[in-house]
Design a protein around this ligand. Sequence first.
Ligand SMILES: [Zn+2]
Length: 216
Amino acid sequence: MKKLLCTLLLIFCLIGVYASEAFELVDVYESGITDSVFYSYIHKDTGLKVVYENNDAGNNYAELIFRTPMQDEGDLNHVFEHSLLSGSDKYPSSYLFFDFSHRSYLSSVNADTQMSSTAYHAASPSNEQIEIYIDALFSLVDDPDLIHEENIYRREAIRYDLQSVDGPITPAGTVFNEDVGYITDEVRGAVEGGQGTVSGDVCIEHDWTAANEPGR
Ligand SMILES: [Zn+2]
């Protein structure tokens, strides 16, 4: 998981805690469009990339992005995106994402998995709140409850649901429901189809049972 962290990390926020000897400043860019100055750093020990955007916006925004190329049609990265948000030793919870959503002073918080990346992001007018959010994300990456409790993965993965003895067995789960929404979204389908045409090897079809196979 730490390897993942080293792969790609972007942080946009208004706090200056990352300007230290641990980071090498590699680029400064002034944007007239956003009236911002972007500072790009490399963390010397791990190689992770950090982008710090400084402007007068009232909100602080932080985002961590991991390079997670889609391995097959099972949407496994999406299941892990949800599972990782369950909790950590430092931030114990039954599902920490709900604490972010309902018990914090974050003006927005969400996560999403695309075909080649997974992102966790939040915003808050409070420096303290955004720092706590970043600290919680690092704890989730460093030692998530997911590693110690397999049922977290089972809960978030696509599963089969039987409501009554004589009822039908149907696929269920948050990730499943979101994915059904994605593949029935005509605009999204058109965009992904276009990407597949351009790249030639992009996987755009989904096998809903693949993410729930034993051993995955
Ligand atoms: Zn999702």
